[in-house]
Design a protein around this ligand. Structure first.
Ligand SMILES: *Cc1c(COP(=O)(O)O)cnc(C)c1O
Length: 371
C-alpha cells in the first residue's frame, strides 16, 4: 500500500493480534530465554537487544525508508558512526560551525589516528580540496547552529561521491520529516533524539539512519561492543513522542517563521537568522526544506550581552534553557558558552507549541525593557 511517511510513522509497528496493546509495553529485561545458539537471531541479553529499541527503530527508520540504530545519546550515535566509518577513512572533513560536541569528539579521537579537518561547507572548492588526497568522510550539519545557515546537500553529496567519501548529515535540527538527506545522496544521517524527535524535554537519546544495511549493522556492532545502549524507558518515551512529531515540527516551524518575520521589523533587533531569510540561500532553503525550517531561530539584540540578558530575563513565556525542540519555548544567549563564536547579543530561541500571537506579544514585551 502506498502511504505517506506520516502515516508510515504511525503504522510501523502493526497491532495485529487480538488483545495486543496499542501502546507497546516497556520491557525491563536484561536476559531473554534462549535454549538454542546465539547465532539463531533471537534475543538473549540486554546489551544486544531490546523490543523497545526495535519498535522505535522501525518507526524512525520508516520515515526515511532506511535502517536505524538507536543509542544512549546523539553523541554516542556519532561516536559509533565515526568508529564504523573510521575503519576505512581517518580524515573527517567537518563544517567549522557544526555542533561543538561533534568537533570535540573528533578532536578527542586524534590520538587514535582520526584527523578532523574544519571547512566552510558553503565553499565547495574548500570542501573538494579537503577531501582530496586521503580517504575521507564528509560530515555536514545543516541548518547550522546558531546562525541557521543552509548548506546545499545535493551539491555536497555530489562532491563527496566524486571523492569516494561517505557523506554523513547531522539532521537533528530539522529532522527527517523536514529535510531528506538520504534522498539527496547522503550515506547516513545522525540524530540527537533529545531535541524535537523525543520532543518533551524528558529523554536523552540518539540514532543513526542509513539505507546501507551493512553500515547499520556495523554501527549496531559498535553499540554492542562499546555499550552505549538506550534505556528501554527512554526508548519508549521517545517512541511515544515520535508519533506526534509531524504535528509538533510543523507548529514549531510556523511559530519560528512568524517570530523571525516579526523580529526582522523590530528596531531593537539588528539581525535575524532563520532558514530561507538570507537572500543568498532562499531558493536553496525552499528546495531543501519545503515544509518548514524547524524550531530554531536566532536574533541579535542591539546593546550586546547586557541588553540580551535583560530581554531574556523579561520574558514570561520563553524559559531560559539550553538545547531545543521541546513543546515549551526556550531561549538563551549563546555567547554565555565559552566555546561559542556568536555575537555577544545573539539570542537563540527554540519555538514550542504555544500560540504564535502569545509568543510574539511576549517577545515584544521582553524587548520593551530596552526602551
Ligand atoms: C544536541 C545535539 C547533538 C548531541 O546530541 P546529545 O543527544 O546531546 O548527545 C548533536 N548534534 C546536534 C546538532 C545537536 O543539537
Amino acid at each position: 500500500m502506498d502511504i505517506t511517511r506520516n502515516t508510515r510513522l504511525l503504522h510501523a509497528n502493526p497491532v495485529a493480534e487480538e488483545g495486543d496493546p496499542l501502546s507497546e509495553p516497556i520491557f525491563l529485561a536484561s536476559k531473554y530465554r534462549m535454549a538454542g545458539n546465539p547465532e539463531g537471531g533471537g534475543r538473549f541479553y540486554g546489551r544486544y537487544h531490546s523490543p523497545n529499541w526495535e519498535a522505535l527503530e522501525a518507526s524512525l527508520g520508516g520515515i526515511e525508508e532506511a535502517g536505524c540504530a538507536t543509542f544512549a545519546s546523539g553523541s554516542a550515535a556519532s561516536c559509533a558512526l565515526i568508529f564504523a566509518l573510521g575503519a576505512k577513512a581517518k580524515r573527517f572533513v567537518i563544517a567549522r560551525d557544526s555542533y561543538f560536541g561533534t568537533r570535540k569528539l573528533l578532536d578527542a579521537l586524534r590520538p587514535f589516528s582520526i584527523e578532523p579537518v574544519h571547512v566552510d561547507c558553503a565553499d565547495h572548492d574548500e570542501v573538494r580540496a579537503a577531501l582530496a588526497g586521503a580517504p575521507s568522510v564528509l560530515w555536514v550539519e545543516t541548518p547550522t547552529n546558531p546562525h541557521l545557515i543552509v548548506f546545499d546537500l545535493a551539491a555536497l553529496a555530489a562532491i563527496a561521491r566524486a571523492a569516494g567519501a561517505p557523506l554523513v548529515v547531522d539532521n537533528t535540527t530539522t529532522t527527517g520529516l523536514l529535510q531528506r538527506p538520504l534522498d539527496l545522496g547522503a550515506t547516513a544521517c545522525m540524530y540527537s533524539l533529545t531535541k524535537s524527535i523525543s520532543g518533551h524535554s524528558d529523554a536523552v537519546l540518539g540514532a543513526v539512519t542509513s539505507r546501507d544495511e551493512e553500515l547499520v549493522e556495523r554501527v549496531k556492532d559498535w553499540r554492542t561492543i562499546a555499550g552505549a545502549i538506550p534505556g528501554p524507558h527512554e526508548a519508549w518515551l521517545t517512541h511515544r513522542g515520535l508519533r506526534t512529531l509531524p504535528l509538533r515540527i510543523a507548529r514549531q516551524s510556523e511559530n519560528a517563521l512568524a517570530l523571525a518575520r516579526h523580529l526582522e521589523r523590530h528596531a531593537r533587533v539588528s539581525a535575524v537568522y532563520y532558514p530561507g531569510l538570507d537572500a543568498r540561500t532562499a531558493d536553496l532553503a525552499r528546495r531543501q526544506l519545503p515544509e518548514g525550517g524547524g524550531p530554531l531561530l536566532s536574533f541579535e539584540v542591539r546593546g550586546g550581552s547586557e541588553a540580551a540578558d535583560a530581554v531574556i530575563r523579561a520574558s514570561q513565556l520563553f524559559v531560559p534553557a539550553t538545547s531545543f525542540g521541546g513543546v515549551v519555548s526556550t531561549w538563551e544567549r549563546r555567547a554565555r558558552w565559552s566555546a561559542e563564536t556568536a555575537a555577544e547579543g545573539l539570542i537563540r530561541a527554540s519555538c514550542g507549541l504555544e500560540d504564535a500571537v502569545d509568543l510574539l506579544a511576549d517577545v515584544d514585551r521582553a524587548l520593551a525593557v530596552l526602551d
